[in-house]
Design a protein around this ligand. Structure first.
Ligand code: 3HC
Ligand code: NAI
Length: 692
């Protein structure tokens, strides 16, 4: 077995360096080596102090996620940390890179902590549906007070070195050489009594500040259990002895580990890291991209420009004329001003980023770009016209991408002399904020173009998922089925507010009808009108949006849509409900009440059935990719792991039965996915298709 702990000595200080690539996770071998080394150091006369540090890019990312869900193996991390704390010889921990989870808790067991200037520290367990399980909920409040501790534990956010110092989480920030300064700090402690956090009382909290933090955590938890358990455990640090608090924490840790929520979040963590690993792209070197051209500076083009500027690219922004260009620049500026107001960036950063932006109305200048993305109107005629112009202008090596939401990529590829460099880069609005990026592979897109797009996705810090070409790609195609199902229920006795309430209780930030009001119903209306001629008359169609739009109910911007809006407050409208009821009666379908559960099941079934078709057609490579799309682009609750993971938990036999009744009820347009039936017959699930 590789050596996971390197032991060396500098004079009277023994240095224990964790070396367990890629992220120094505290796996069993590391725990064993650490406890043995600390134990041994107690009896070595040469050793008078100990420094624990990490090799490579990071101190440690904490508990080994690949061990989770398996029977825990000794020595357990809390015991290792208790042993460190009890050391008669001073222990200093030197944090660099990221000191997360168990890595942070090791530091809390030590007698002093020092962090590198660029270092980050945090307890992100909550993001995996967990809580710190090695004393973090009990030691951190004793060190920095219960309010700040609850904030860090319940949010899972990482703090920078200066903030860690301000909070009292570290004793020092290294000026230059972390290791050297850690050794000096350890030397200074030799011969002194060492402070043990577990023996310290948690400082009392300001009642108002504590109450405000508790309310914030409850508000932001939105269905997640772990943050709520954090409140309970941090408050126990005020009243219970350390050992009792730690035992309670350990129990909570394992309960959460076995919870559906944690399984869902862990599934997404691994899915994110798998999404970019495509066997067919192994060994393909991405092309270097420095200068990006963006055509169209509307809602999307301006957001995409900011996303690239923020990631350090040079951006050329092209508009049709000076007026449109100025409007686009105002939008870009507006996005930056908002970031300044929210404290995310300062004025200097804004100026620095804008210095990489070249606005233009001269298309010829795009010839200098490595990648050109079009974000002009969603109109095939306009896009084809543009592609023809680009064909005569760009070297055939320039990558060309479209941000289209629905249009077919093939005719656009046909318009270019080298179609293998063409692909879709489907950003989500607002493009500089939303994490999801669908990379759309057209029939002739080259592996090099795809590998380059994945590399760009990483640099933009997006979650990039590859999709094949179909109407709406992965996300919008599933969304269409989800929405249709919600509208079908309106014809059977459900009201918009009931469906929204059921889906919000499921964990969506906003129900589907409220979302439509926010986006504007006129968009859906225009699309419906455009597609009216091609719609299959045998397909179930609900024309309620047309009725609302005919009355000028375009959504929030008109003050009314599916709801009415009173100073931003959404209120059910008896007029709309009467309209829905009258339409429902006109269909002749039986009317009845819906439970929240039935609404949720129907929506999930529609999504999963379509997801299975998308997989069978090869549009998505893995069920986990579909989960990433729905969670990161469409607000599907992350703690449910995405629709495909959730379906596995519900049982695919049940989903299949529900899909069959939907097929019987909804007819053409809702065919049961063959893959779903196959998986049930073979007693398999989506996880098996993920290779997990
Ligand atoms: N355990 C095992 N493997 C891990 C890991 C962990 N905690 N964290 C990351 N990895 C793996 C990733 O799966 C990935 O593997 P791959 O190369 O095979 O795909 C590799 O390390 C690199 O990870 P990233 O691609 O994420 O690298 P980044 O540099 O982008 O990010 C990071 C590094 C910030 C450390 C990020 O990986 C991260 O946030 N990790 C999770 C941290 C976390 O949640 N820790 C808490 C664990 S729970 C715990 O500590 C319990 C304790 O309280 C008892
Ligand atoms: P928009 O209408 O806000 O912006 C389009 C911009 O393109 C306008 O500023 C227009 O002046 C400019 N333009 C049109 N023709 C041009 C040309 N030949 N040369 C230079 N500029 C030109 O549209 P939006 O919403 O930004 O959408 C753009 C594209 O992004 C569409 O394909 C849309 O489907 C897609 N999209 C939109 C999303 C959204 O939420 N709005 C989400 C994801 C994709």
């Amino acid at each position: 077995m590789a050596e996971v702990l390197r032991i060396s000595r500098e004079g009277e200080v023994t240095i224990l360096e964790i070396d367990n690539p890629p992220v120094n996770a505290t796996s069993q071998a590391v725990r064993r080596a650490l406890i043995d080394a600390v134990q041994r150091a107690q009896s070595e006369i040469e050793t008078k102090a100990i420094v624990i540090c990490g090799a490579g890019r990071t101190f440690t990312a904490g508990g080994d996620i690949t061990e989770f869900g398996k029977p825990p193996r000794e020595p357990h991390l809390p015991d290792v940390i208790n042993r460190i704390e009890e050391s008669a010889k001073p222990v200093v921990v030197a944090w660099h890179g990221t000191a997360l989870g168990g890595g942070c808790e090791i530091g809390l067991g030590a007698h002093k902590r020092i962090i590198a200037k660029e270092g980050l520290v945090g307890l992100p367990e909550v993001k995996l549906g967990l809580l710190p399980g090695a004393g973090g909920t009990q030691r951190l409040p004793r060190l920095i007070g219960p309010v700040a501790a609850l904030d860090l534990i319940a949010s899972g956010r990482m703090v920078s070195a200066p903030e860690a110092l301000r909070l009292g989480l570290v004793d020092a920030v290294a000026e230059k050489d972390l290791r050297r300064e850690a050794i000096a700090l350890a030397r200074g402690l030799i011969g002194q009594m060492q402070p043990r956090l577990s023996l310290r009382a948690t400082p009392a909290a300001e009642p108002e500040a504590w109450q405000a933090m508790v309310e914030k955590v409850n508000r932001e938890a939105r269905g997640r259990i772990a943050p709520q358990r954090a409140i309970e455990l941090v408050s126990q640090s005020l009243t219970l002895p350390f050992a009792t608090g730690q035992a309670n924490e350990r129990r909570a840790f394992f309960e959460l580990m076995n919870s559906e929520q944690s399984r869902g979040l862990r599934h997404l963590f691994l899915a994110e890291r798998e999404a970019g690993k495509r066997p067919e792209l192994a060994g393909i070197t991405p092309r270097e991209v420095k200068q990006v051209g963006i055509i169209g500076a509307g809602t999307m083009g301006s957001g995409i420009a900011v996303a690239f500027l923020d990631a350090g690219y040079k951006v050329m922004l092209l508009e049709a004329d000076d007026v449109a260009l100025q409007a686009g620049l105002d939008r870009v500026n507006g996005l930056y001003l908002r970031s300044i107001r929210s404290g995310r960036i300062d004025e200097n950063t804004r100026l620095e980023r804008l210095s990489n932006l070249a606005p233009t109305t001269e298309m010829g200048r795009l010839a200098a770009c490595d990648l050109v993305i079009e974000a002009v109107f969603e109109d095939m005629g306009v896009k084809l016209e543009l592609m023809k112009k680009l064909a005569g202008l760009l070297p055939s090596s320039t990558l060309v991408a479209t941000n289209t939401s629905y249009l077919d990529l093939e005719p656009m590829a046909d318009a270019l002399p080298a179609p293998e460099r063409f692909l879709g880069l489907h950003f989500f609005s607002p493009a500089h904020v939303m994490k999801l990026l669908e990379i759309v592979r057209a029939r002739r897109t080259s592996p090099e173009a795809l590998a380059t797009a994945l590399a760009i996705g990483r640099k933009l810090k997006k979650i990039a998922v590859i999709s094949g070409v179909c109407e709406g790609f992965i996300g919008n195609r599933i969304l269409a089925k989800f929405r249709a199902q919600c509208e079908f229920m309106l014809e059977e006795g459900a009201l918009p507010r009931e469906i929204d309430a059921a889906m919000e209780a499921f964990g969506l930030a906003m129900g589907p009808f409220a979302v439509q009001d926010l986006a504007g119903l006129d968009i859906a209306w225009a699309r419906r009108k455009r597609l009216a001629g091609t719609r299959d008359p045998a397909e179930r169609d609900v024309p309620l949006v047309d009725r609302l739009c005919e009355e000028g109910r375009f959504g929030q911007k008109a003050g009314k849509g599916w709801y009415v809006y009173d100073q931003g407050r959404r209120l059910a409208d008896p007029h709309v409900e009467a309209l829905v009821r009258a339409h429902a009666a006109s269909t002749g379908r039986p009317q009845r009440a819906f439970s929240a559960q039935e609404i949720q099941n129907r929506v999930v079934t529609a999504m999963v059935n379509e997801g299975a078709k998308i997989l069978a057609e090869g549009i998505a490579a893995r069920p986990a990719d579909i989960d990433l799309v729905l969670v990161n682009g469409y607000g599907f609750p992350n703690w449910r792991g995405g629709p495909m993971h959730y379906a596995d938990g519900l049982g695919l036999a049940q989903i299949l039965a529900m899909a069959k009744s939907a097929e019987a009820r909804d007819g053409r347009g809702f065919e049961v996915a063959g893959l779903l039936a196959e998986l049930v017959a073979g007693q398999r699930n989506f996880a098996a298709l993920n290779g997990g």
